[in-house]
Write a protein that binds this ligand. Structure first.
Ligand SMILES: Nc1ncnc2c1ncn2[C@@H]1O[C@H](COP(=O)(O)OP(=O)(O)O)[C@@H](O)[C@H]1O
Ligand SMILES: [Mg+2]
Length: 291
């Protein structure tokens, strides 16, 4: 699929919204062997989800409901032991997702920075692989890495090692390493879950800023309602296992969202509806709400 995507000149790639972005999960079922090896458990049961265009889709759901499993499916990362999905179809840009995909990059709670490399080397790390070297002009690589270091506020820490950085700074390195590739799809699995509240706020703001300059399609898994309301153009709430989409909220309030908005009746109602859905109050059927 990489062949179908022309390499846009840097400046344009950073600003032009990409209208062809499309993730589609159709009738997705995921079964895993039960932990006691007695039969199977159905983790996801006939889930449908469509996401188009640049934007941030927050995926919220109870622990163990299958959020990471869904994200891995979209990223083409298969479990080593079972087929995934068991049934149904996952399309990325209209094409069946049959393995790790060049346009899709994942960010995890564990930063995955290499301790032996400097901050700069960590950000530039993907370009050690031929796949990425071939896609970016050599003269462009250094420029992109510098630009990303600047964008995440780590230009002055470029020569340090991950152990010399805080958790938030390490997550900035991971974000920079992902975005230096200019992915069309960014899949984030509770990336800020291990950070303290203030650092998390800063990272949310940073993600917003980076998304402004690089408007990709982000699917962001969280279990934090405030985070979902802070970042989401949409908040998709999953039911308890077996997971289905229980509710799908569209939030029209532009980002960054002020404290005043978070305290507004609209935001409070939204939070209550999400909580109710999470606790099963209106979790039956597929509730669609736009605010
Ligand atoms: N490869 C696997 N083999 C067996 N069970 C798995 C595997 N991956 C995930 N599970 C199970 O599927 C369920 C959902 O997992 P996960 O997607 O990680 O949930 P979440 O991210 O929503 O907390 C959990 O019960 C987990 O133990
Ligand atoms: Mg998870």
């Amino acid at each position: 699929m990489a062949d179908e995507i022309p390499e846009a000149p840097a400046a344009e790639a950073a600003h032009a919204p990409d209208a062809g972005l499309h993730l589609s999960l159709q009738g997705v079922v995921q079964r895993f062997p039960a932990p006691d090896h007695d039969g199977e458990i159905t983790v996801i049961d006939g889930l449908d989800l469509e996401a188009r265009g640049p934007g941030i889709v927050m995926l919220l759901g109870p622990s163990g409901c299958g959020k990471s499993t869904l994200l891995y499916m979209m990223g083409g990362v298969r479990p080593f032991d079972v087929p995934s999905p068991t049934e149904g179809v996952v399309l990325v840009g209209g094409q069946p997702c049959e393995g790790a995909h060049d346009d899709v990059v994942m960010v995890f709670q564990r930063y995955g920075n290499r301790p032996d490399l400097t901050v700069r080397e960590n950000v530039a790390y993907p370009f050690r692989f031929k796949l990425w070297r071939d896609r970016v002009d050599p003269s462009e690589i250094d420029r992109r890495v510098d630009e990303m270091l600047e964008a995440v506020g780590l230009a002055d820490k470029a020569k340090l090692r991950p152990s010399q950085l805080s958790g938030g700074q390490n997550q900035r390195v991971a974000l920079a390493r992902s975005l230096v590739l200019r992915p069309r799809y960014l899949l984030m699995d509770e990336p800020f879950g291990a950070l303290d509240a203030q650092t998390r706020d800063e990272m949310q703001r940073l993600l917003h800023d980076l998304h402004q300059t690089h408007p990709c399609l982000v699917v962001f898994v969280t279990h934090d309602i405030t985070e979902a309301l802070t970042l989401g153009d949409r908040v998709v709430v999953l039911s308890t296992r077996p997971a289905q989409v229980a509710a799908d909220f569209t939030i029209s309030e532009p980002r960054p969202r002020s404290t005043t908005w978070h305290r507004s009746t609209e935001a409070q109602r939204l939070e209550e509806s999400i909580l109710k859905t999470l606790h099963g109050g209106s979790g039956h059927g597929h509730l669609r709400v736009s605010v």
